[in-house]
Structure formats: structure tokens, C-alpha cells
Design a protein around this ligand. Sequence first.
Ligand code: B12
Length: 219
Amino acid sequence: MGDQALLEKMSQAIIALDKDAAIEAVEAAISEGMSPLKAIEEGLQPGIKTVGERFETFECYLPELIGSAQAFTAAMDVLEPIIAQMSDNQKNNGTVVMGTVKGDIHKIGKDIVVLLLKTRGFNVIDLGENIPASEFLKAAQKHNANIIGLSALLNTTMPAQQEVINLFKEQGIRDDYAIMVGGAPISQKWADQIGADGYAKTAEEAVKLAFDLMNVKTA
Ligand code: B12
């Protein structure tokens, strides 16, 4: 089966909320030599995006959102160990504290960013989801972080990114860390508005950004 057909199968499996089909499709893609990143970005992500759009237009409801997330996660469970094997464990390119901000439990995108950062030699402290500003601060200090990564998927939780930045400012430690923001509703404009150091649209761009931020820091 060609790449295009396999990618389509992945996407359809996520839309059909079919875990087994999602696993089968990524396993087939890997055995045919497809890169796991391509499978995520061009197969799984378009599927979950479609489900999100259908949810927005009331063509489907919360159970479908949950089902598609479960199928996505099942496929990621197959891909994760393969990506981990590609890891650059020899280097320590910097320490990143990552989490999804308070009030927000979306984790899939944040987890992909964490995974890719790890494979590219970053030490990542993943705080998880629904993380208050104070926890980001505590972790940044405890782990002597270089970069703080804030994920937000809801319009209503975007301001929580700002809260983190404000807290760091209040404590007089804002300039000790580079703060990057991301998530579907986030834009460069928003990042500029809240005074973040960077924004990235995809996980791969997030890794590039992390390298850029480290260069700035070490310059
Ligand atoms: C799956 C999903 C869920 C799942 C989440 C499961 C989980 N454990 O993660 C569940 C069912 C729990 C859920 C719940 C809700 N959801 Co929801 N969900 C989605 C959906 C369909 C996909 C999100 C996703 O995983 N995308 C795939 C990943 C790979 O993409 P990503 O998250 O954008 O991440 C990429 C980039 O953004 C970037 N990135 C991400 N984080 C970071 C961080 C940094 C630092 C950087 C640099 C980059 C970066 O890299 C990632 C990889 O490329 C989206 C639709 C969409 N288009 O986003 C809706 C969506 C986000 N959800 C939405 C809503 C409304 C909700 C609920 C309020 C629904 C409800 N009525 O209860 C609740 C909120 C719960 C809460 N308090 O958080 C809306 C939000 C609208 C808005 N803009 O405010 C969306 C957009 C759907 C829609 N079109 O209406 N959801």
C-alpha cells in the first residue's frame, strides 16, 4: 500500500474512533518504512482535526471527541517507543519544563512536543495537564530550567499562559527563563501580546524554537 493510502487509513481510523484500525494503520506504515513523524503529522493529526471541526459544527459531540482522542493515543503508544529509539541521549541541550495550563486537560499535542524535545536531547520535565502558574514556577526553580513550555487548547485557558508570565515577572525572575507558548488557538500575535519569548505551530517547529531559545540564552 502506498504512503498516501496509509495516511488516509490513519486519518479515517481516528475519524471512525476505531482504536484497532488506528493501531493497524500505523503498524502497517512503520513496517513499510514510513517515518513515525510523518504518520503523526500527515495521518493522525488531520483525522483528529476533522473530528474537532465536526464538533464545532455540532456534527458530533463530546463522546466522539473522547473516542478520537483514545484512538489517537492508542496509535501514539505504537509510535512512541519507535521515536524514543531515535533519541539523542548523549546530549543535554537544555532543560524544559512543560505543561498544559490551568483549567485545560488537553494533552495530546503537549505530549508530542515533549516526545520530540526528548528525542532531540532536551531534558524535559512534563508537569502534565491543568497546571497552575505556581507549579510552573516551582518546577522551573527546582529543575533549574532553561525553557518553560505552556500549552493551551481553549480560548478560555489562553489567559492562564499570561498568568504564568505575570507570576514570573512578579517574582523578578522572568528573564531567567525563556517562555514558549503553543496550542491550536495560540498565534504569534498572542505570544507577542503576553510577552512570551516564542510561539510554534507544530511540534517540529517547537523543537526548532527550543534550539533557537537556547542559542539566545547561551549567546
Ligand atoms: C481531543 C480533543 C479533546 C479531548 C482531549 C483529550 C486529551 N487527553 O488530550 C477531550 C475530549 C478531553 C476534550 C475536551 C474538551 N474540549 Co477539546 N478538543 C480536542 C480536539 C478534537 C483535538 C485536540 C488535539 O489533541 N489535537 C491534536 C494535537 C496534536 O494538536 P495540538 O493540541 O494543537 O498540538 C500541536 C500544536 O498546537 C503544538 N503545541 C501544542 N502544545 C504546545 C505547547 C508549546 C509550548 C508549543 C511550542 C507548541 C505546542 O504542537 C502540537 C503538535 O504539532 C480539538 C480540536 C482541535 N482542532 O484542536 C478540540 C478542542 C480543542 N476542544 C474544544 C472544546 C470546546 C473542549 C471542551 C470545552 C468540550 C466540552 N464541552 O466539554 C472540553 C474542555 C476540557 C478542558 N477543561 O480542557 C474546542 C476549543 C475551542 C476553543 N478554541 O476554545 C476544540 C478546538 C474543538 C472545537 N473545534 O470546538 N477535547
